[in-house]
Design a protein around this ligand. Structure first.
Ligand SMILES: [Zn+2]
Length: 100
């Protein structure tokens, strides 16, 4: 078997790994295959960047205690909002990234 076939993952798998990386550290094997895919697939690369930027914004805005204090006048999101956002991102990944 061509060794590249073992390394190649579908866009669906790449999206799953991108989402998984938000919840847990990827294994070395997962990280290597994801990096390889992202180096060749502009769509998944964009998805990963978007995902990370959104979560970062979200966490900065709603989780950082200093920031939250400065912005005390703005209503807070419910405690599980971050998990719900991640679920939305997962849905978007499922819908926008069909396997090849
Ligand atoms: Zn892809």
């Amino acid at each position: 078997m061509n060794p590249m076939n073992i390394m190649m993952i579908s866009c669906k798998k790449a999206a799953d790994l991108t989402c998984a990386s938000l919840d847990r550290p990827l294994t070395l094997w997962e990280a290597v295959r994801l990096r390889l895919h992202l180096s060749m697939c502009a769509a998944c690369k964009a998805f990963q960047l978007q995902n990370k930027a959104l979560l970062k914004l979200f966490e900065l805005r709603f989780r950082d205690p200093v920031y939250a204090k400065q912005e005390a006048g703005i209503p807070q999101l419910p405690p599980n909002a971050c998990e719900r956002l991640k679920e939305k991102l997962r849905e978007a990944a499922r819908n926008s990234c069909p396997p090849h």
